[in-house]
Structures are given as structure tokens and as C-alpha cells.
Design a protein around this ligand. Structure first.
Ligand SMILES: [Zn+2]
Length: 76
């Protein structure tokens, strides 16, 4: 029930165009994100963003469709 704990868990996640990503690496000017479903599907979907999470560029296309319901749930 503690909000602080929940925020901590979500800090390393990012959603973009119906896909959820977890933070993989942080460079000087870019953050690398990997698909959260890499374990449940053979998906290597990945994006990079600027440090402010703007300027998204797709590095590896997903092997599956995005799950908008998951992303909507994350926004709540
Ligand atoms: Zn994926």
C-alpha cells in the first residue's frame, strides 16, 4: 500500500506505443530500453531515448503487437 515502494518499482520502466520497456543501460546522452516481454516471448524489441525520455528511436522492432491494455494500466 505504500506509494513510495510502487514508485520505486516503476522507475525503471517506460511505455511507448503500446510496449513496455525496462531500463537496460544508461549512456552519457541516451538511455537504452528493452522489451519487458523478453522472458515470455522471443522478443528483443528495444528503443533508445534521450535522458529526458523524449526523442525516442526504435533500435529493434518487436516480434509481437503492442499491448495497449498494459500501457493503459501503467498510466493509472
Ligand atoms: Zn517486445
Amino acid at each position: 500500500m505504500e506509494v513510495g515502494t510502487e514508485n520505486k518499482q516503476r522507475r525503471g520502466q517506460h511505455c511507448y506505443e503500446g510496449y513496455m520497456y525496462t531500463k537496460k543501460d544508461k549512456k552519457k546522452t541516451r538511455i537504452q530500453w528493452g522489451c519487458t516481454q523478453i522472458k515470455s516471448r522471443p522478443c528483443k524489441g528495444a528503443i533508445t531515448t534521450s535522458l529526458t525520455l523524449e526523442d525516442v528511436s526504435v533500435a529493434v522492432v518487436h516480434s509481437h503487437d503492442g499491448d495497449l491494455s498494459t500501457v493503459e494500466a501503467e498510466k493509472l
